[in-house]
Design a protein around this ligand. Structure first.
Ligand code: ZN
Length: 360
C-alpha cells in the first residue's frame, strides 16, 4: 500500500533541491532542525494556499475520529549498537518506546497511529553506511540512498546517538518519507515527523496570514513584527518548543490532510501475531514479537501449563514486554493477542520460554 509515497520521482527532484539548498545553507544562527521550506514539494505549497478551505471541509466531516496507520522503519548505526553494549533488545525497547510516545501524541492530535515495522541495526563487525558521517544533511543522504529490499513502511527514520556537527540535530523532507533524528531526544523525532507529515515550521511565512508564532524569528521574508510578539515554542517551532502541547489548528489540518491522502484507515480488528520460535530468557529480558499492523495494544499471556490453565495476562502498548514476573527455574508457555478499538485477534501460536540462568 502507498507505494507512491516512497517511490515517486518527486523525491528525486526533492533530493536535488535539498542538495542545492545545502550548499547555500548558512551558519548564521544555530538551530536544532535543519529542515527548510525550500525543499517542500509543490503540493505542500499548494495546500497552504487553500488551507482555510481544507480546514472547513475537515470540520464538516463528522467521522473525523478515524485512526490512520503509519508504518515506521528505523535505521540504527553501529555506534549506537556499541553504545548500548551490543544489546539489540535494549535498542528495540528504546525505539519502540519512543515511537509509541510520538504515536500517542499524533493519535490525539491528528488521528495517526504509528507502528514500527522494522528496525535495521548496523553492527560494528560489518559494513555501516553511516560510519564517519556526522552532519544531519549527509546522514539524510545516506538514509535516502540505502539499498532496500523491504518496503513495508511509510516513513523511514535514522535515529542516531553520536555527536553531530553543522548546527542541526534533525532534518526531514517536508511531506516526504525520510528524517534524521536523535534517538535520545524524542521531541526532535516528533518535530521531524511533523515535517514528514507535511508541516512547515510554525514561524514560517508560508502559513495563511503569516507565521503562527515568531519563535526563532520569522522563517522567510515576512518579518515585520517587534520582538515582543515572540511566542512560546510549540512542537513545530524552530526554536525548539515543548513537544506535548497541542498543535496549532492549521498545523493539525495540514497533518490530517497528509494522513488522509497517504495512510489507510484502521477499519477492522488486528490480525493475530505469529511468534517466531521458542526463546531462552532471563528475568528482566525484553522480549519483542512481530508487530500486528492495526493493533493499538497487546495482551501477553504466560503459564507453566501448555493449555494456559491459570495463565497470567499482562497488557502492553508495545509489541514487546519485560519478562519480569515469571517464575525462575521453570519453563513456561507464551502467547500473544493483538487488540484495537474494533476488537481483538485470535491468540498467536504458543511458544516455550526456557529459563536461562543469569550470567555470573
Ligand atoms: Zn524543523
Amino acid at each position: 500500500m502507498n507505494g507512491s509515497t516512497f517511490s515517486s520521482a518527486g523525491f528525486k527532484i526533492l533530493f536535488v533541491l535539498l542538495l542545492s539548498w545545502q550548499q547555500t545553507f548558512g551558519q548564521e544562527k544555530p538551530i536544532m532542525c535543519g529542515t527548510s521550506d525550500s525543499d517542500a514539494p509543490q503540493q505542500i505549497k499548494h495546500l497552504m494556499s487553500r488551507l482555510p478551505a481544507v480546514m472547513a471541509s475537515q470540520k464538516a466531516r463528522t467521522a473525523a475520529e478515524e485512526m490512520r496507520l503509519c508504518r515506521i522503519a528505523v535505521d540504527i548505526d553501529s555506534e549506537t549498537y556499541v553504545k548500548y553494549d551490543r544489546d539489540t533488545a535494549a535498542i528495540i525497547l528504546k525505539v519502540l518506546g519512543n515511537v509509541e510516545k510520538a504515536s500517542k501524541f499524533f493519535e490525539r492530535e491528528a488521528n495517526i497511529r504509528m507502528v514500527v515495522t522494522s528496525i535495521r541495526i548496523f553492527k560494528d563487525d560489518g559494513v555501516d553506511p553511516y560510519a564517519g558521517v556526522d552532519n544531519v544533511h549527509p546522514m539524510l543522504t545516506v538514509l535516502v540512498n540505502r539499498n532496500l529490499s523491504d518496503f513495508n513502511f511509510d516513513k523511514r527514520v535514522y535515529l542516531y546517538t553520536k555527536p553531530v556537527f553543522g548546527g542541526a540535530s534533525g532534518v526531514a523532507f517536508i511531506g516526504g518519507v525520510y528524517n534524521v533524528s536523535p534517538l535520545e531526544h524524542n521531541g526532535t523525532l516528533m518535530h521531524e515527523l511533523g515535517h514528514n507529515f507535511g508541516s512547515y515550521h510554525s514561524n514560517n511565512c508560508g502559513w495563511p496570514g503569516g507565521p503562527l508564532d515568531y519563535c526563532g524569528g520569522a522563517e522567510g521574508d515576512c518579518y515585520d513584527k517587534s520582538s515582543e510578539n515572540s511566542t512560546k515554542g510549540s512542537l513545530m517551532s524552530q526554536c525548539g518548543g515543548t513537544a506535548g502541547q497541542p498543535l496549532h489548528p492549521m498545523i493539525q489540518a495540514v497533518i490530517k490532510q497528509h494522513a488522509e491522502v497517504n495512510f489507510p484507515k484502521i477499519e477492522s480488528k488486528p490480525q493475530s501475531v505469529s511468534l517466531v520460535g521458542d526463546i531462552t530468557a532471563i528475568k528482566g529480558d525484553f522480549y519483542s514479537w512481530p508487530v500486528s499492523l492495526n493493533a493499538s495494544s497487546y495482551e501477553f499471556s504466560y503459564s507453566t501449563d501448555p493449555d494456559f490453565v491459570g495463565e497470567t495476562i499482562s497488557t502492553t502498548a508495545l509489541n514487546g514486554i519485560h519478562l519480569l514476573k515469571q517464575t525462575r527455574g521453570s519453563d513456561y508457555f507464551v502467547r500473544v493477542k493483538a487488540i484495537n478499538s474494533f476488537g481483538s485477534s485470535e491468540w498467536s501460536n504458543t511458544i516455550k520460554n526456557q529459563d536461562r540462568p543469569r550470567p555470573a
